[in-house]
Design a protein around this ligand. Structure first.
Ligand SMILES: [Fe+2]
Length: 245
């Protein structure tokens, strides 16, 4: 899809007044993709600790992508197909390509870890370039989902039905995976979206779980972002005083 095509299509350029199942998770994915790509670009392949940390994040990104597309296949596409047969076919086909791309990237990272000396530098550059292509591909893909797929969902489902679908999807996500997703999602959202997400979860979480989540999130927010979130959900703003109100 070209930029010119996108700007001509009213379904594509419309801003969403409706419940958007894709926007928050895609903000998380874009953030994780861009951060990981930059870290691989600047990776010091002679630094064992940096290699481990950077490639660890790379592995987590691939797992996040794999899991995300499976959620879409399992929950979102059947909903679209039930009301508009064939509408999700193109995106489902791209998911098959993405899985192959993910496997290839995983193998490149394995080769990088096993390499010695100058070859390591070459393999790091190869991984950086191929991850960049994967990211570029995914950015196009996510735009289609957020426009064409959302248009279909909004045409055929009420927001309450979409919320119920989303709840079923979330119930299938193990807590450890959810924490990893929230690490990227919450900092990637704007302050109002962040407050709504964390505030909405606050009531249903044990205090220690909320404390752990806020602790994790705070490390990835700037001071103003943290102050706004703390104020909105009613927790102390001063450093070292993160407690459940
Ligand atoms: Fe997708």
């Amino acid at each position: 899809m070209t930029t010119a095509t996108l700007t001509r299509d009213p379904a594509v350029t419309r801003t969403a007044p409706r419940l958007d199942l894709y926007a928050p998770i895609h903000k998380a994915l874009r953030s994780c993709m861009m951060d990981t790509l930059m870290r691989i670009g600047r990776l010091d392949v002679g630094d064992a600790a940096e290699m481990q940390a950077t490639l660890g994040q790379f592995d987590a990104l691939l797992q996040l992508c794999r899991s995300h597309l499976q959620h879409e296949n399992e929950f979102v596409h059947p909903a679209i197909e039930a009301r508009e047969g064939g509408r999700s076919r193109r995106i489902a086909g791209e998911h098959v390509e993405h899985l192959a791309h993910i496997d290839a990237l995983r193998d490149e990272a394995t080769a990088l870890r096993a390499a010695e000396g100058e070859r390591r530098q070459l393999l790091a550059l190869r991984l950086y370039r191929h991850l960049a292509l994967f990211v570029a591909d995914n950015f196009q893909h996510m735009q289609l989902e957020e426009t064409v797929h959302n248009a279909s969902l909004w045409a055929h489902y009420r927001d309450e039905e979409l919320a119920a679908l989303h709840d079923r999807l979330l119930a299938s996500v193990p807590p450890v995976e959810m924490l990893r997703v929230l690490r990227w999602m919450i900092p990637a959202l704007n302050p109002a979206e962040r407050a709504a997400l964390v505030g909405g979860r606050k009531a249903g979480m044990p205090p220690e779980a909320l404390f752990g989540l806020l602790d994790q999130v705070r490390a990835h927010l700037d001071e103003r972002g943290w102050d706004k979130l703390a104020r909105a959900i009613g927790v102390p703003q001063q450093p070292g005083l993160v407690e459940v109100a």
